[in-house]
Ligand binder design. Structure first.
Ligand SMILES: C[S@@+](CC[C@H](N)C(=O)[O-])C[C@H]1O[C@@H](n2cnc3c(N)ncnc32)[C@H](O)[C@@H]1O
Length: 201
């Protein structure tokens, strides 16, 4: 059982997580034009903290996560999100394939848990429609102290602008922008959050 499977039931009790997801959603909504015809993919969707805030603005969201218990919480939570069709698939995003391509892909606080970022961007490119967008938020470089309970499932201590811009460019994305959007204040420390947006040519 993964750490996320164990923590799923209590995940949404954290005010810090709720607030962070709200700020990330706001940053996405400020920068990306969404419409009620769109189908999005949210990977590492967890209990749906980000999915919920984006759901009123699109037709459909597919939540992909490799933790069944996190998705079970998302399924319960999404019963009250009436304005969008929300479905779930348990899968590692690196292995996820779909014949139906997406108008956009969103994600919050997940990519530091994924070891092979090059493989991730390759797969995200395949999953997008031509002209589709990417909006990924996570930690800017940190010293490894963000996860106070330990770093056993953490593969990256945040991401620099240069690293992500390079990987996105190499994998065919255009209009790449990396911006600091928010700062999490946790245990008297500040952790900066970026939003990376890009398009499939
Ligand atoms: C820190 S949580 C973030 C959850 C949610 N996006 C949020 O902002 O609250 C990271 C999530 O990514 C999922 N995850 C980690 N690695 C994954 C992978 N390779 N494929 C799919 N999901 C993954 C975990 O199960 C977990 O639900």
């Amino acid at each position: 059982m993964s750490r996320f499977d164990k923590e799923a039931k209590n995940w949404d009790r954290s005010y810090l997580r709720q607030k962070n997801a709200f700020q990330i959603a706001k940053a996405i909504l400020d920068r990306v034009t969404l419409d009620k015809g769109m189908t999005l993919l949210d990977f590492g969707a967890g209990t749906g903290l980000l999915t919920q805030h984006i759901s009123p603005f699109v037709k459909e969201i597919l939540a992909v996560d490799n933790s069944l218990n996190m998705l079970k919480e998302l399924e319960k939570n999404s019963k009250s999100w009436k304005e969008c069709i929300v479905s779930t698939i348990k899968s590692d995003i690196l292995d996820f394939k779909s014949d139906k391509k997406f108008d956009g892909i969103i994600s919050s606080m997940t990519i530091h848990h994924i070891k092979d970022i090059d493989k991730l961007f390759k797969n995200l490119y395949l999953l997008l429609k031509k002209g589709g967008f990417l909006a990924i938020a996570d930690l800017m470089p940190e010293d490894g102290s963000f996860h106070s309970r330990g770093n056993e499932d953490v593969f990256h201590f945040g991401f620099s602008k240069e690293f992500l811009e390079d990987i996105a460019t190499k994998n065919g994305f255009i209009d790449i922008k990396y911006e600091k959007i928010y700062t999490i204040e946790k245990e008297q420390r500040d952790f900066d959050i970026f939003l990376l947006t890009a398009k499939k040519d």
